[in-house]
Structures are given as C-alpha cells and as structure tokens.
Design a protein around this ligand. Structure first.
Ligand SMILES: [Zn+2]
Length: 251
C-alpha cells in the first residue's frame, strides 16, 4: 500500500494532541504531514478559513510537537522567497511544497538535504513534464486530469516521482476553475461539479494508480475536526489509510 500526505492545521494544543494521537496509530501509512507556512510568511490556499494560529511562536510550538512524530512539509504556494525558506530551514524544517522552478533550482544548489515538492497550483501541462527540467523537485503533484486518465499517467517520464491528490471533488476537465477556488474559498462550490467530472479516486481504486505514483496526497486541512467524531474528512482519511471504500459505514 502506498503512503499518504496528510493535511494539518496548527490550531491549538488540544487539537494537536488529538491529531497526534489519531495518526500515530497509522504511522506506517503516512508519507508526511503538510501544513501552510505561518500566515504572514507566504500565500497559501484557503488558510483564511481555518482556525489558524495567529502567533508565530505558538504556530512553531504546535508544529514542533507534531514533528516529534511525523515528517513535516511546509506549503508556500505564492510569494515564496529564499529568505522565507531560510527561516524555516534554520528552524530544522527541510521539506517544502512550492511552485517556483527558479527558486527550486536555487534551493537545491544551496541545501543538500532539502526536499522539494512541486505544488498542484503550478498547473503543469502534459508537455511541460517532457520539455521542462523538473529535476530540482523530489516530488511533483500532478494536475487533476491524471486522476481520470491513466493512459496519460502511463506516458509520463519515469525519472520523476509523481503524487496524486485523490480525495478532491474538483472538476478534472476545466483547468480554469481550480485556481479560483484554491486561493478563494468562496469559489469552491463553483468548482465542484457533477460526480461524473469529479477527480476523486476512491480508496479501492487506488490500486490502478499505484504503479505510476510515489505516494498520494489527501486534501482538506480546513475541514478537519476532532470535536466531532462524525466529521466527514476524518472518516474519509481513515478510509484511505485503511484502503476501505466503505467510509460511510466507519462511524
Ligand atoms: Zn477545484
């Protein structure tokens, strides 16, 4: 079974404890925990909707608690810079998701042990993956269209490690919709389409994709709740980690 990237928001100590407790039992299926950078350190998708910690020291404390148990990946999807990465690197964070190839090349030259993922917000075209030098990235999160077209996935060069974001209901056909909802939560409902155009891959179907990807990514950090045991995202993530399609029955 492939591993998963799990969404996380630093909110408060109580939520942190529940998060660590919940996922510690499923550690062997977790590739890393990903979280947005501190709110003033870069622009990230939909952080304004989470109960995000507003104090940097508190943010860092919560993150370090999670880091004792899991590898952490920091997202900085817009307005990233060498200085911002340097700040997190000096605080012992070595894994980042960004979407700037020039910056990625500079960072790979400067830091031997940095791990870089190309964000889905980069919206790569199929030809880009053949024509651009993306070797500065350890992982590439692919556009949603690959979630529904295994034939395209099979064509991709084998030299890169690919990641698919599998639990989104985003439309896989219209590439103009997602950038709107990614950076503005109010547009999300416009992006979700009829199920026939959904990019969602259900847990039992992941087996068809396993040979072509390094691991999977699960989205939804803004929806995660431990206050409610019936929280949809909590049940959904559990179903992926168990490779169990019947997540509606889990509760
Ligand atoms: Zn979308």
């Amino acid at each position: 079974m492939k591993k998963f990237e799990i969404p996380y928001m630093p909110i408060n100590e109580e939520t942190n404890k529940k998060f660590i407790d919940f996922f510690s039992k499923r550690k062997e299926n977790i590739e890393c925990i990903y979280t947005p950078s501190y709110i003033r350190d870069g622009i990230n998708t939909r952080v304004e909707d989470g109960n995000f910690s507003h104090d940097f020291d508190e943010y860092l404390y919560l993150l370090n608690e999670v880091k004792k148990h899991f590898p952490i990946e920091i997202l900085i999807q817009k307005n990233c810079s060498k200085e911002i990465i340097q700040k997190y690197y000096s605080l012992e964070f070595k894994r980042f998701t960004i979407n700037d190839d020039t910056l990625a090349k500079q960072l790979k030259t400067k830091y031997d042990d940095i791990i870089l993922t190309l964000s889905i917000t980069r919206l790569l075209h199929h030809e880009d993956i053949f024509n651009l030098d993306l070797s500065c990235y350890d992982y590439i999160v692919l556009d949603y269209r690959y979630n529904r077209q295994i034939s395209l996935l099979k064509e991709l060069p084998k030299k890169y490690n690919y990641v698919l974001l599998v639990n989104s209901s985003c439309n896989y056909k219209d590439r103009t919709l997602c950038p709107l909802h990614w950076f503005d939560f109010k547009n999300y409902k416009d992006c979700k389409k009829l199920l026939k155009d959904s990019s969602k891959i259900y847990p039992l179907d992941l087996i068809y994709f396993d040979n072509y990807v390094h691991h999977y990514k699960l989205q939804g950090r803004e929806y995660f709740s431990f206050e409610n045991p019936d929280n949809f995202l909590r049940l959904e993530i559990l179903s992926y980690l168990r490779n169990n399609i019947d997540f509606y029955d889990l509760k």
